[in-house]
Design a binder for this molecule. Structure first.
Ligand SMILES: Nc1ncnc2c1ncn2[C@@H]1O[C@H](COP(=O)(O)OP(=O)(O)OP(=O)(O)OP(=O)(O)OC[C@H]2O[C@@H](n3cnc4c(N)ncnc43)[C@H](O)[C@@H]2O)[C@@H](O)[C@H]1O
Length: 277
């Protein structure tokens, strides 16, 4: 009865299968926490989503920025970008079923007994875990509702850059989405930076990696999103699981009881494939 967390798969289906074999994942006994960005940039988004969906209750999934972007494109709220590689999903006969499943996934999952939470990008120090769970629910609720398309259309953008409890409507939903799915560097007051995607030593002046701020409480936070971290963070309370599979790195699973890491080297490099075009 093991629990594993896996980082950004981004359509690297072969590596995903290799990793499941490597950890001897048994869906009738084990649980897989999937830290978001199931799709895009990699070669097999369709197979990846179908497989994770087929795991049923054995998989607990949070949505990443690429998953939300796929939903927006599939539902006609946004146009497809040149670099998007999820055309296999858009053309699939079961696209509606898959997208319906996707929009019913979470922004944050929590195991209160084990004191573990997972979101795609992290949880800012300005929010307590209980508060964050409430904000995640606001997005989950709108995704499942008839307002889903209106939300996906207005979701894009970098403003507001900072949380304020009095925010309402789309501004509130957009900033919550950005903390959960796009955050890397923030400042003491919680202002988000959207420019730097490099490693933690490249913080813009006045900013730090979100996980470097002290937070109260003992919950461990599992997150993906930030490939340049290569799965390493300075704070033992945080567990980074994006090891840049789609960028020529590895796909990693972390056992959430023993904290042992298992990785499969990638056989696809998005950067190399771009260079060869
Ligand atoms: N509310 C919203 N507003 C706006 N857009 C929204 C949105 N919601 C969803 N989106 C969508 O989000 C998508 C992402 O946009 P982008 O931000 O353009 O996507 P990206 O560069 O591929 O970043 P990614 O999120 O994949 O991060 P990663 O760390 O893996 O990769 C980042 C970089 O790190 C580099 N990298 C990887 N490994 C590294 C390493 N080991 N060392 C250094 N750099 C590394 C890579 O080369 C890469 O350039 C777009 O489709 C956009 O439409």
């Amino acid at each position: 009865m093991a629990i594993y967390a896996v980082g950004d798969i981004q359509g690297c289906y072969e590596n995903f299968c290799c990793l499941l074999d490597e950890i001897k994942f048994d869906s009738s006994n084990d649980t897989l926490w999937v830290a978001g960005d199931l799709v895009n940039r990699g070669p097999d988004s369709l197979k990846t989503v179908r497989h994770i969906k087929s795991l049923g209750k054995s998989a607990r999934v949070v949505l990443g920025n690429h998953d939300l972007h796929l939903l927006a494109v599939a539902r006609g709220a946004q146009s497809r970008k040149r670099k998007d590689t999820f055309g296999d999903i858009l053309d699939a006969p079961d696209v509606d079923e898959l997208m319906d499943w996707l929009r019913h996934q979470k922004l944050m999952v929590r195991d209160k007994t084990r004191k573990i939470v997972m979101t795609h990008a992290g949880v800012p120090h300005i929010w307590k875990i209980k508060q964050a769970k409430r904000y995640a629910k606001e997005i989950e609720t709108v995704l499942k509702s008839d307002d889903c398309d209106a939300f996906l259309k207005e979701m894009y953008g970098n403003t507001p850059k900072m949380w304020c409890e009095s925010l309402a409507g789309m501004e509130r939903l957009r900033v919550i989405t950005n903390y959960f799915t796009r955050m890397r560097f923030i400042d003491e007051g919680g202002v988000l930076d959207f420019d730097s995607k490099l490693g933690p030593l490249n913080a813009p002046p006045g900013y730090k990696p979100w996980y470097a701020f002290t937070r109260n409480g003992s919950s461990k936070i599992i997150f993906g999103h930030w490939a340049a971290l290569e799965g390493r963070v300075s704070n033992p309370q945080m567990v980074a699981v994006d090891t840049g599979c789609v960028w020529g790195g590895k796909l990693t699973a972390v056992n959430l009881e023993t904290w042992e890491r298992t990785s499969c080297a990638c056989n696809f490099d998005e950067r190399a494939s771009k260079d060869n075009q």
